[in-house]
Design a protein around this ligand. Structure first.
Ligand code: FES
Length: 103
């Protein structure tokens, strides 16, 4: 595993989202309700990038077809919750004033 710095902690805020390509991984760093997440920048529905998704009420809503994915458990909300894969989470790492990911 290696640490990759993604952003300064001071730059994050609720609703923050930024996409990165690192080591062949499409990553999305985001913050919601004070909690920081790194997820794959790919919607489990039909692979649209989630970077333009709306972060609201503990979920990220994909712009392509409007499915909301819960940021606490990764599951889709609504009728497709049992059929879609979950969001893929990566380990968030805090080092000093930086936030990053272990890959
Ligand atoms: S690709 Fe995201 S909701 Fe369809």
């Amino acid at each position: 595993m290696a640490f990759y710095s993604l952003a300064n902690l001071a730059d994050l805020y609720d609703g923050f989202a930024a996409a990165y390509n690192i080591s062949g991984q499409r990553l999305l760093l985001l913050q919601d309700e004070g909690q920081v997440f790194v997820i794959e920048n790919r919607c489990p529905h039909m692979d649209a990038p989630l970077a333009s998704g709306k972060i609201t009420q503990g979920a990220i809503v994909c712009r392509a077809h409007g499915i909301a994915f819960d940021l606490r458990n990764g599951r889709a909300r609504g009728p497709l919750s049992d059929t879609l894969d979950c969001l893929r989470f990566f380990p968030v790492v805090f080092e000093g004033n930086k936030v990053g990911v272990d890959l």
